[in-house]
Design a protein around this ligand. Structure first.
Ligand code: ITT
Length: 185
């Protein structure tokens, strides 16, 4: 089935296609956007954005709000991840972690979709640690500084398929597909 991905982030779009393509979805990019509401959780942002997009009568669509939550920074940048990346950059984010022993962090992803007029909202999470320095050239965003638990390489040092098999977004997209199938049964 055809589904419109509403995102300004080409990295997310590639991952949508990589996960959803083999599951039978044709992912088209949509240039629509929504005013991201100021909210404490990814889910609230997704709900607000879905409501705006549905009001414009766009067909079957999928959106993603995600963020990096760093334990030692009490969950910062979290819902502010896009702004933090734009203003601080990777080096600025690493600077906040200078001399910090607790490197624990997690990525979270909230996927929202409207299919045939029905909403689906699912989440995915990936635990890991913040590297001491960036490495790798794959992926996007914070990938060069995030090492998923049980691995020794950053998300930017592994293939998109490997990342999707363990990442917050890969898990959320799989949950989305499972939920859609369950509702069709
Ligand atoms: P949208 O148009 O889809 O909103 P965005 O880039 O503004 O695109 P978000 O508001 O969800 O996306 O912000 C999430 C931020 O966290 C953004 O800077 C991403 O680059 C980063 N991020 C999200 N998922 C990531 C991932 O899998 N790997 C690395 N960085 C990620």
């Amino acid at each position: 089935m055809k589904i419109y991905a509403v995102t300004s982030n080409q990295g997310k779009l590639r991952e949508f296609r990589s996960v959803l393509g083999p599951l039978g979805f044709e992912v088209e990019h949509s240039d629509e956007d929504c005013d991201e509401i100021q909210a404490d959780t990814l889910r609230e942002v997704v709900i607000g954005c879905l409501a705006q997009l549905k009001g414009r009568g766009i067909g079957d669509l999928i959106i993603d709000d995600s963020g990096l939550f760093i334990d030692a920074l009490k969950g910062f940048p979290g819902v502010y991840s896009a702004y933090a990346l734009k203003t601080l950059g990777l080096q600025g984010a690493l600077k906040l972690m200078e001399g910090v022993d607790d490197r624990g962090a997690r990525f979270e992803c909230c996927i929202g979709a409207t299919i045939g007029g029905e909403d689906i909202i699912v989440t995915g999470r990936c635990d890991g640690t913040i590297a001491l320095a960036p490495s790798g050239t794959e992926g996007f965003g914070f990938d060069p500084v995030f090492i998923p638990s049980g691995h020794s390489q950053t998300f930017a040092e592994i293939s998109i398929e490997e990342k999707n098999s363990i990442s917050h977004r890969g898990r959320a997209l799989q949950a989305f597909s499972d939920e859609l199938r369950r509702r069709k049964e």
